[in-house]
Design a protein around this ligand. Structure first.
Ligand SMILES: NC(=O)c1ccc[n+]([C@@H]2O[C@H](COP(=O)([O-])OP(=O)(O)OC[C@H]3O[C@@H](n4cnc5c(N)ncnc54)[C@H](OP(=O)(O)O)[C@@H]3O)[C@@H](O)[C@H]2O)c1
Length: 237
């Protein structure tokens, strides 16, 4: 019998996180679900299954979760850094830009991803071919930037892409890789209300993301990480 594959997904309170965890489980993976609120909220009917508490904005929370996880699983084959926050979308140059809020967004979207990947590295390198899937965004593409605001979100996702590139350089000699992914415009509560202008439900996006991730057409590991959308189309950095 083939060895069970093990994944960890952050941000499993709501939105894309639980949809990816469900999709992986449907494919036979064992999934460790992590969530900001932990078991209480994530066990609610629409919140996915029980999850471990992991606040990716805090060193102590990530460290404590990592210790617990290392007692639960022998290795990690796939780490999905999904948790993220949006921040202000309105303020443009010359307006009252809240730099403290930008720092909070940066701390979750850029540093949070690094915290989790770093804490999970001892488990990742026990896998023969570990994959880190960072849920980034088209908003992190410097080359195609069109917004006049969204400072925290766009800057933090661009930084997320860079930390992914550095992590890729460190993991590749150990047989691993990092993939940066734009998950598509999804109908989630990230904006504080259900985004009904979105193209995909989280479940639809998750299905396409996993199809792309496990496709035989996925580009082989290369010097640089892939930056692709949910259907595998390459994105501009
Ligand atoms: N929605 C889109 O159209 C879109 C487009 C491009 C990229 N993305 C990216 O896709 C990912 C998932 O977004 P989503 O649309 O599913 O948003 P969402 O519904 O708001 O889900 C985000 C998840 O991250 C969690 N989270 C927030 N801060 C956290 C922290 N400090 N520690 C741990 N978990 C934390 C949230 O927990 P709580 O619910 O408890 O706050 C929630 O479970 C994000 O990285 C986002 O940037 C989304």
């Amino acid at each position: 019998m083939a060895e069970e594959k093990i994944a960890l997904v952050t941000g499993c309170d709501r939105g894309l996180g639980p949809a990816l965890a469900d999709g992986l489980e449907a494919l036979g993976w064992r999934v460790v679900r992590c969530a900001l609120e932990g078991a209480e909220k994530a066990a609610e009917p629409d919140g996915g299954r029980a999850a471990l508490r992991m606040d990716i904005s805090r060193d102590d929370s990530v460290r404590a979760a990592a210790e617990e996880i290392s007692r639960l699983i022998p290795r990690l084959d796939l780490l999905v850094n999904n948790a993220g926050i949006l921040g202000d979308m309105e303020k443009t140059l010359g307006e009252d830009i809240d730099t403290q809020e930008i720092l909070r967004v940066f701390n979750v979207n850029a540093l949070g991803t690094l915290r989790v990947t770093n804490a999970m590295t001892p488990l990742l390198i026990r896998s023969a071919a570990p994959v880190v899937l960072n849920i980034s965004s088209e908003a992190g593409s410097v080359g195609t930037c069109w917004r006049r605001g969204w400072w925290g979100y766009c800057m933090s996702k661009a930084a997320n892409n860079m930390q992914g590139a550095i992590a890729h350089n460190a993991l590749r000699p150990l047989g691993g890789r990092v993939i940066q992914m734009h998950p598509g415009h999804m109908a989630t509560y990230m904006r504080g209300h259900l985004d009904e202008t979105a193209r995909f439900t989280p479940a639809e996006a998750a299905e396409r993301i996993l199809r792309t991730l496990f496709s035989p057409d996925l580009k082989a590991v290369d010097e640089h990480p892939l930056f692709i959308d949910l259907d595998g189309k390459e994105m501009a950095w």
